[in-house]
Design a binder for this molecule. Structure first.
Ligand code: SF4
Length: 285
């Protein structure tokens, strides 16, 4: 059985002391280990940001891509090889700003991948500008008089866009994050795990104590995860209380399952062979 060490590279993480990434990363590795996944069975796709620098700190196949593009790479990998466990991993600016259209499209398609989002409410790699999830009124490097925008709601957006597994964790709770990531990987379909992450260097508002006062576990309220309207209600009422746990889960045919060609390599081969590459190239000559 693999252990957390098997997924750990020889590079020492460069995150600031106290960063939430120091707990999200081991929770992810523990989830892999608990599921008995060997490193060669996993591929992680990262965007750009503090959390995406994690690409260097894992010992498995990974892609450190470009801004907002963790999902398109992950989708391509999964559709090409459905045997792999594919995990996309990025921050809130990357996921919900630069990559928002990919987030919505992937949820709509329900491609069978897991998306872990390190949501610290800021663009922290560039030293603390407002991100889509920054709270309205929040003073940041780019909003010195307070953000005028409403905060983006990733949970509600995922549910209404078609995601079939939507969960939220907190970087101060490794055991719960581990369980949520495990369930997300085991889920058949697009699984979002939004993790409320502390960034002690730049986010002086949403601190560990701030979250502890507001977080509640949806399980404590006998929440029915299969009830879409109930899930949406939980996801929308996040002004004063912040839900953690599995908020929504359902099943339907995934994008890959609806593509019979993927199941039949001969058909794929035939369609590739039928493309007249020379004709295609002429258009660019
Ligand atoms: Fe973590 Fe914030 Fe430092 Fe980035 S800037 S490594 S998110 S503490």
């Amino acid at each position: 059985m693999p252990t957390q060490k098997d997924y750990t590279s020889s590079y020492k993480p460069t995150w600031c002391p106290g960063c939430g990434n120091y707990s999200i990363s081991p929770a992810t590795k523990k989830a892999f280990a608990d599921l008995g996944l060997e490193p060669h069975q996993i591929i992680m796709s990262f965007g750009i940001g503090c959390s995406s620098n994690g690409s260097n700190f894992y010992n498995l196949y990974s892609v450190h891509g470009i801004h907002g593009r963790a999902l398109p790479v992950a989708v391509g990998v999964k559709l090409a090889n459905q045997e792999l466990t594919v995990v996309a991993d990025s921050g809130d600016g990357d996921a919900y700003g630069e990559g928002l259209s990919h987030f919505i499209s992937t949820a709509r398609s329900d491609v069978n991948i897991t998306y872990i989002v390190h949501d610290n409410h800021l663009y922290s790699l560039t030293k603390g500008q407002m991100s889509p999830t920054s709270l309205k009124g929040m003073k940041t490097k780019s909003t010195p008089f307070g953000s005028l925008n409403e905060s983006f709601n990733p949970l509600a957006t995922a549910i209404i866009s078609g995601a079939t597994f939507v969960a939220q964790g907190f970087s101060g709770d490794i055991p719960q994050m581990t369980e949520l990531i495990k369930q997300a990987i085991q889920h058949k379909g697009f699984a979002l795990v939004n993790i409320l992450q502390i960034c002690p260097s730049f986010n002086k508002v949403n601190t560990f104590d701030w979250y502890k006062k507001r977080i509640y576990n949806v399980d404590d309220n006998a929440h029915n995860t299969a009830d879409k309207e109930a899930a949406l209600k939980v996801a929308l009422h996040t002004n004063e209380k912040l839900p953690v746990g599995v908020i929504y889960q359902t099943e339907k045919l995934t994008f890959g399952e609806q593509l019979p060609q993927i199941e039949d390599e001969t058909l794929v081969r035939q369609s590739i062979d039928n493309i007249d590459i020379s004709e295609s190239l002429k258009a660019y000559m």
